[in-house]
Design a protein around this ligand. Structure first.
Ligand code: FES
Length: 409
């Protein structure tokens, strides 16, 4: 397959996302930040940081890291040019682009305010808006016994158990391929196999048991017993009797000098690049220490680097990423400059509970692999506090069994 990126022809293999194909071609800079025109590249590689937005066939704000390549697609960068950045910085000095300015000075008369807001939006955005015609989605609805959101270890285990109990089950996975963290952790000592292999087997088992696995479908809202989801091709309203949210965790970004540079990634991003995209040709990678508070995956980053034969240099807190269009080195607090290709910044892990909150869940300790937050609605796996992918898998199984019982199967 072939596509173009800013006019340059790029080759892609089956299974490549836009960002993985570009990274294999040595391209890490995907665009520029809207306001300051600084280079931007992938960070989480998993769809939740929004640093990899590109325009695809005229449609803006597409996440390059989770969008599969289609033959012949035309991909272009988004973001501000250096000239635009200089202009915005100048306007900033007089407060012209601050939200306060919009609200205080641009609210009356309404028509003028709307026109001025649109003008500013176009001035600071590199994207063509609105999207071209032909993007209308096919809408549909569907009734099932259970919906499982998230195709990682917990979600796959839960879907299999529910399907084996004779229930109709749909599993929704936002990314092109299920597997989640399980597919990125590398070799699992306790099982004597790689997480990727186990993930593939679990997908097969869930499908053989009768679960429908929908890839590239984002569950974005839930209300009562209706869940709303959308993919590139369709929008679907799922009416369910039971729901399992196996939505995993988000890894938060860290604040440090140069953290915006392409080549700075979190652990999730690093594991995806190495174990999902199969890019191991880094001569040296720097690892920042874990964050001061909360859980992180810093030990997994070391393990993944070691298994891939990548030299990992531990750099102290307070180190800065340096480089122009991408990271080329790390400057330590003592002033030492270390040459690296990538800087991994482990972030604090927070459960991805956005959908649970829409159902009235107000937070609190979720400790364990399976927690019922409302009648027939479970949070399972890493999102429910599981400490490892194997704990997540057990949590998913448990949630599946408990829900199947409640549904009378
Ligand atoms: S959303 Fe694509 S890199 Fe984070």
């Amino acid at each position: 397959m072939k596509f173009t990126f800013n006019g340059r022809e790029i080759r892609a293999e089956p299974g490549d996302t836009i960002a993985s194909a570009l990274a294999k071609a040595g391209i890490l800079e995907l665009g520029r930040s809207l306001k300051l025109g600084k280079p931007r590249g992938v960070f989480c590689c998993s769809g939740y940081c929004f640093r990899c937005l590109v325009t695809v066939d005229g449609v803006p704000n597409v996440r390059a890291c989770i969008t599969p390549v289609r033959d012949g697609m035309v991909v272009t960068s988004q973001g501000g040019s250096r000239l635009r950045a200089a202009l915005i910085q100048m306007l900033d000095k007089v407060g012209f682009t601050s939200p306060q300015f919009y609200f205080e000075k641009l609210h009356l008369p309404f028509t003028a305010a709307a026109a001025a807001t649109e003008l500013f939006r176009r001035a600071v955005s590199g994207a063509e808006l609105p999207p071209p015609a032909g993007c209308e989605l096919k809408a549909g609805s569907c009734e099932v016994d259970a919906v499982v959101v998230g195709g990682g270890a917990a979600g796959l285990a839960a879907a299999r158990v529910l399907a084996e109990a004779g229930l109709s089950v749909v599993l929704l996975e936002e990314k092109p391929e299920p597997g989640g963290m399980l597919a990125k952790v590398g070799f699992i000592q306790e099982l004597g196999c790689s997480g990727g292999k186990l993930a593939d087997e679990m997908v097969k088992e869930a499908v053989q048991a009768g679960a429908e696995v929908k890839r590239g479908m984002l569950a974005y809202a839930v209300e009562g017993n209706v869940l709303y989801a959308v993919s590139e091709a369709e929008a679907v309203k799922f009416k369910f009797r039971g729901l399992i949210l196996a939505t995993g965790v988000h890894e938060l970004p860290r604040a440090f000098e140069g953290n915006y540079l392409p080549g700075v990634v979190n652990v999730d991003g690093f594991m995806t690049i190495v174990n999902r995209w199969g890019i191991k040709s880094f001569s040296s990678v720097a690892l920042l220490p874990p964050p001061a508070e909360g859980r992180s995956w810093h030990l997994l980053a070391e393990k993944v680097a070691q298994e891939a034969g990548i030299e990992a240099v531990k750099v102290p807190e307070g180190s800065a990423a340096v480089g122009r269009g991408r990271v080329t080195g790390v400057r330590t607090p003592s002033g030492e400059l270390i040459k690296v290709d990538l800087l991994v910044a482990p972030g604090r892990l927070v459960p991805a509970l956005e959908l649970a909150k829409l159902l009235g869940f107000r937070g609190g300790e979720l400790s364990g692999g399976a927690c019922e937050i409302r009648s027939r609605v479970y949070v399972a796996g890493l999102a429910a506090g599981a400490g490892s992918v194997l704990d997540a898998l057990r949590g998913g199984e448990e949630a599946g069994k408990l829900l199947a019982e409640e549904l009378g199967a």
